[in-house]
Design a protein around this ligand. Structure first.
Ligand code: FE
Ligand code: CA
Length: 546
């Protein structure tokens, strides 16, 4: 017998039965799976282990923040949840005790064909988050999962494993999302992502924003949601960041998207602080002080995302860049362009580029990540080489003048770094380069040019920029600078200022990008439309309207 999703969760006789089943489940779990699940959740060495909570004391649903899965690999996936009966309280509504959580993975949504089950520990040291790595599964297969503690059962998540590295996978559809400012709008695009038939969702940064989310001190909440006063401050401490994840993850549309698809996440600046660069904060705070804040932000990020143990941070350091494969169809080099970058040139913002942006000593990726990326391309056998990352890669002139202002925070402010990456792609001989980008709260489609100032130079790949989920409020299709941008940047093939997301279908002949937009987010329930669709053919980089 297995946990029955449809059973009433509070009938006393079922409560007793569920506890009994739980004990049996624990005995049947394989040692390897239990060890893996535990290792990921182990508190820091030397920490005294907390007492174990009697789960009968959990009076309210602890699964208020839903479930998630992430980083699908061949035959393996990472499952996530957090126990928080009172998510807007600093302690989440639980005492500082560890809690045993049971998990199940099945072939079917009704859990009649269980594949694997086990237990994990939700440690107070990790804010009662749970990371379970499940391995030795079938490759290229859909699975359903759920968690239970005491008599409380989570919603059911759907996930999948990646095809074997050697498999001739014929297609993959991904969604790309970014930038979800809670005070700017409802997360309606996620409602549509949840319903789309996609294999995996890439989150390209700004999963949360550090600013107050109520209308206080110059900040403004554009939605009708009024939130507890503890969200009236900018996030600085570990408690601040943890509470902010609780707020964002309580959103029903975001929860639905996480439950529907595995996510591959990378951060941008706002998960820590606007436009920080390496150990340099936005404002004049000493680096050693900022690194404490960065450590808090990174830890809360790891706790709250479906990430595997190699991503677990050590103090202010966290290796987020990593490589995933989808058979021989695609290689994904997920970048972190925040943690290792040189400070922005010329005081940041939009500036006329001077010699600093071409200084080879400056870097967007750091030397180690850059070497890792170029080495990875050299050994790539994938048809598509996809780079999910944060900030705009292609040149983006803001004016029709020469020279023109460009963004110092984007790759335009790190031209020598971009040149090395493009030269690395060329010398590796990779053919189908596609960069996925977030950050700018509009959708763009770019041809990546060998020389952006020469429209006749070779097109080396394409860049798909996903607009924001909510940041920037409702938006419009054609922002006031639309004509200027399109004229100043002939390699810009698409520009739209609405909220939404992008789906990209990678195939053996071509890739197709659908830019999906919603007409409004400041009120809930908007429908979705496809603003435009583009294709790029294998071996012939460049976007053409479908
Ligand atoms: Fe943003
Ligand atoms: Ca950003």
């Amino acid at each position: 017998m297995t946990i029955t999703r449809h059973a009433p969760q509070h009938a006393p006789e079922l409560r007793a039965a569920a506890r009994h089943i739980g004990r049996r489940s624990f005995l049947t779990v394989t040692g390897a799976a239990a060890a893996l699940a535990f290792a990921v959740n182990l508190p820091v060495a030397g920490a005294a282990s907390a007492a174990e909570l009697d789960v009968r004391r959990i009076d309210d649903d602890p699964f208020t923040l839903g479930v998630a899965s992430g980083d699908p690999r061949p035959g393996s996936v990472l499952l996530w949840t957090r126990l928080a009966p009172a998510p807007y309280q600093p302690d989440g509504g639980l005492p500082a005790e560890r809690v045993t959580v049971h998990w199940e993975l099945a072939h079917d949504e009704r859990f009649s064909r269980i594949v694997r089950r086990g237990t994990a520990t939700a440690h107070p040291e990790f804010h009662h988050t749970v990371h379970v790595q499940v391995s030795r599964l079938d490759a290229d297969r859909v699975y359903y999962y759920r968690f239970r503690t005491g008599t409380w059962i989570s919603e059911t998540g759907r996930t999948r494993t990646a095809p074997l590295a050697t498999a001739q996978a014929s297609s993959l559809t991904l969604a790309a999302v970014s930038c979800q400012a809670y005070a700017d709008g409802y997360f309606t695009p996620y409602r549509h992502v949840a319903q789309d038939d996609v294999d995996v969702v890439f989150h390209l940064g700004d999963y949360l924003y550090e600013y107050p989310v109520n209308s206080v001190g110059g900040y403004r909440n554009y939605t009708d949601r009024t939130l507890p006063a503890l969200f009236n401050r900018e996030t600085v401490t570990l408690e601040d960041y943890r509470l902010r994840y609780a707020l964002f993850k309580s959103d029903p549309d975001l929860r639905a998207a996480h439950a529907a698809h595995p996510f591959v996440v990378t951060w941008d600046d706002h998960e820590t602080e606007n436009n920080y660069a390496g150990d340099t904060p936005e404002n004049s705070v000493p680096p050693e002080e900022f690194l404490l804040r960065r450590a808090a932000a990174y830890r809360a990020y790891w706790e709250n995302q479906p990430l595997r143990s190699p991503q677990q941070p050590t103090g202010p350091d966290m290796q987020l860049y990593r490589r995933l494969h989808w058979g021989r169809l695609a290689q994904f080099d997920v970048l972190d362009t925040r943690q290792y970058r040189t400070n922005q040139a010329y005081g940041d913002g939009s500036q006329i580029p001077g010699p600093e942006v071409d200084d080879p000593a400056r870097t967007m990726t750091g030397a180690t990540q850059e070497r890792w990326l170029l080495d990875g391309w050299r050994s790539s056998t994938a048809l598509w080489n996809v780079v999910p990352q944060q900030v705009t890669f292609s040149q983006r002139k803001f004016d029709l003048t020469t020279p023109s202002r460009v963004s110092m925070d984007a790759w335009d402010g790190y031209r020598a770094s971009r040149r090395r990456v493009l030269d690395g792609a060329k010398s590796a001989g990779i053919e189908n380069l596609m960069v996925l980008t977030g950050d700018v709260h509009v959708g763009y489609g770019f041809d990546i040019k060998d020389d952006f100032d020469d429209p006749d130079s070779a097109t080396l790949g394409t860049e798909i920029v996903a607009t924001s989920v909510a940041s920037g409020r409702d938006g419009i299709d054609k922002p006031a600078n639309w004509d200027t941008y399109m004229k100043a940047n002939p390699h810009m093939k698409f520009y739209n200022g609405r909220r939404g997301y992008v789906t990209v279908a990678l195939g053996e002949q071509r890739a197709r990008a659908d830019f999906k937009t919603v007409p409004y987010v400041t009120t809930p329930g908007a429908p979705v439309t496809t603003a435009a669709s583009f294709v790029t053919e294998v071996g012939e980089p460049g976007l053409t309207q479908a």
